[in-house]
Structures are given as structure tokens and as C-alpha cells.
Ligand binder design. Sequence first.
Ligand SMILES: *Cc1c(COP(=O)(O)O)cnc(C)c1O
Length: 465
Amino acid sequence: MDHDELNHWSKRAADWARDYHATLRERPVRPDIEPGAFRARIEGPVPEEPEPIEAIFDDFARLVPDAMTHWQHPRFFAYFPANAAPVSMLAEQLANAMASQAMLWQTAPAANEMEALVIDWMRDGLGLPETFTGTIHDSATTATFSAVTTMREKALGFQGIGEGLSGAPRLRIYASAQTHSSVDKAVRLSGIGQNNLVKIPGKADDPLFSMDPAALDAAIRADIEAGFRPAGVVLATGGTSIGACDDVAACIAVAKAHGLPTHVDAAWAGSAMICPEFRDLWAGVEEADSVVFNPHKWLGAQFDCSIQFLRDPGPQIQSMGLRPDYLQTPGTDEIVNYNEWTLPLGRRFRALKLWFLLRSEGLAGLRARIRNHVAWAREARDAIAGLDGFEIVTEPILSLFTFRYRDDAATAQLLEAVNRDGRIYLTQTSHDGAYVIRMQVGQFDVTRDDVMMVPDVLEEIAKAS
Ligand SMILES: *Cc1c(COP(=O)(O)O)cnc(C)c1O
């Protein structure tokens, strides 16, 4: 394919995309398909001779969409959203066309300087103080890994990067039992070790399922007594399971009293902080050393786009950055080379979709969506609470709540039947040992009617079972 053909087929692809999005509501959100069935349809030897693009494109259109779970389906209420506002898709096309590497300032000056600008825009949009700067990672997992690696190095006086960890003091990281598995992954891969991630129990009867700051303080003291070296505290704002929010101010005060750095994981809930009325959920965040939030979740910047705000990027650069001869940029001391802030060297031009999104929708447009989602989630909660045999298990935190139907077995059966039906898509978690169904409202194109179809479908399928 040459660039003239690319032009022709890009227009075909754009037509296909318009039709796909226009008819999403007619598709089941999750395909009814057995593992291995899709591969069987495309199985064959590695192509030796070139094939015409018509044939490849036709096979794509005929086979792939029916075997996909449709994340942009307005009735996707599972996991968390992975919103791709149309304008962010457009920006991605432009970034794709240039196919650049934004690893150094001089390898992509506009991408580099736009990244700095949109980080400032988002910081201001979220109501964070000007003391924060930041960078765009692929995912929150990478951001949290970077933050935890930096905690490790701060605790070791930046000796770990040179000496390794053998013979080093045994480090400890603290987090609530509600934190995401990316924190477990970070302690494993940073060499700190899973057994040195201390999960702090929640406060009794707390509607936000926050970790207990007194228990955090006690755990740190006990560890110091036992000869461990505490290295940092990870806080959750909007945990993935049920939306747990730690008391950020109180936990940071404990961390600071022990001289420990803090990282706040607001991967999902961070988007809601463009609305001032939700900022109570992370009150005190301005004192954190690091904060991660994913514009690629609720906000609408197509995956991947995860922002890490940093109070001082110095320690992270010292922990993760390398500047070999072939990556030097002569004569430019003022520049920022973002690869030094993160894990991979190569970096996509991710700032472009945020620049398009924020300009095209404005914070006002994005806020209106999030406010609707939160309000509709409460309406759906009330409707489900009124259904025979249904019980709300955790109340909405922003737009996420959980419920169950009769008992564990009936709840699991109902969920499977609902997802096989395909009109809506929900997923499960566990809470206090019970199997529960999670519902979150947040898809970019969701309407109130889509949301209120959930109680209707639940009632219909529960009655039929
Ligand atoms: C989604 C999520 C993550 C992981 O995000 P990735 O960008 O997929 O790595 C981490 N923490 C929370 C709270 C999340 O919701």
C-alpha cells in the first residue's frame, strides 16, 4: 500500500467507522462467542504472497466486529469506561499519520511542548495547585510502577539503581486493601516484593471504605520497630472494585509524620475532579508527591493516555532516567526529555488527543457529561433497589455501585444471563465475601434511557429465570 491508497482506504475506514458507531446500539455489547471460535474463522498459514486490500478489509468487516466486546457501546456498564470521544479519535489519526517518537524534545518538539501545556491545563482543570508538573504515560500501571520505584530509591538514598536490592534494608509500601492490583504489580516488579506491600484495613462503617489512618500509623511504627524500612504510601481515590476513597488528607499527614512519600491512584475517579463538587473525595491531594489519573477512562481521550502529576519530578528522573551519548541534545539545558520520567524510551504523541478534546468539548462540556452520569447512576440505583429480590450492596460513589440478587449463586446466574442477552453489559466483584454485580455509568454517548434500561432488563431476566 502506498500513501495514495492509504488515502483512499482511510476514507473507506472512516465510512466504516461512522456506520459502526451509528449501529452500535443494535449489537450485543459482549459477543456470545466461545474461546477459540474466532481464531478458527481466520486460521491459515502465514501469507507468502501479497493479498489485495479489498479482501483483507472485507474479512475485517465481516469477522472482527461480531467477535468484539464493544467498549464504545452506550450500554457498556462493566469495568470502567474506556471512552474515545470522536474528536480524540480524529486527533489519533493525525498523530498516526506523523508516527513520531516523542522521547526527547528534539525528536518531537511540538509533541513535547504540547504535553507540558496539556498537563498544566489538566492540573488547573482538576483544581490541583501549580506546584504540580507531570507527564503522560501509556497507563496507570506504568505511572504507579514509576512512583513506587521512586519510593524505593528515595528510601535507599538512590543506591538501589546502582547496587541492586540484595543486602539492602527490607522496604515496606502501605496501601489500603481496596487499592488496584497495579500496586501489587509495582511492588513485585520494583523488587520490593509482594510480601512487603502492607494492606491496611478499612475504617469501621465508613461509606467510602477508606483505610484507617490510625492503623496506617500503627503499621508503620510496628515495621520500624521490627527493622523494616518504610518507603511510601499509596492512596486510592475511586478504587476499581467498589469506588473506595481513602481519607487523603489524614493518610498523607501520617505519611509525612514518618517522612514518607505518597502516590494517589485516581485512575478512574480523577476525571470527575473537573467538577468542584466532587473534590471532597480527594481533599488533601495537593500535599501528595504523585497523582495518577487516566483521561482515557471517563474523560474521553482515546486509550492510551494516563497522566501522572508530580510535585517534584527530580527523584523520579533520578530513579528512571538515563541519558546515554546517543540521546544527548546538545546546547539545550532548558528542555524536558519525557522518556527520562517513565519506563519506555519510545513514546506516542499522546498530548494531541487531549489538546483536541479539551478545546473541542471544553471543561464545561465534559463536566455536563460526568454530572449526568453520576445523577443517572443514582436513579438506576433507586430503580434496582425497588426490584423484587434485589438489594443494593454498596451505595454509589460517583457513578459506581454494586447490588445482588437473592444469593451468590442466583446473582452469578443472573449476571451470566444478562450478558448473554447482550442489551447491557455488567461485571462482578466481591464485597465482604459476597458475590456482587458492579454497575458504573460513564460511557461517552450514554443517555438516560440507556441507563434506565438496566433495571428493566434485570427485572425481565430475573423473572424469566
Ligand atoms: C483502571 C485502573 C488502574 C489501571 O489502569 P491502566 O491504565 O489500565 O493501567 C489502576 N487503578 C485504578 C483505580 C483503575 O481504575
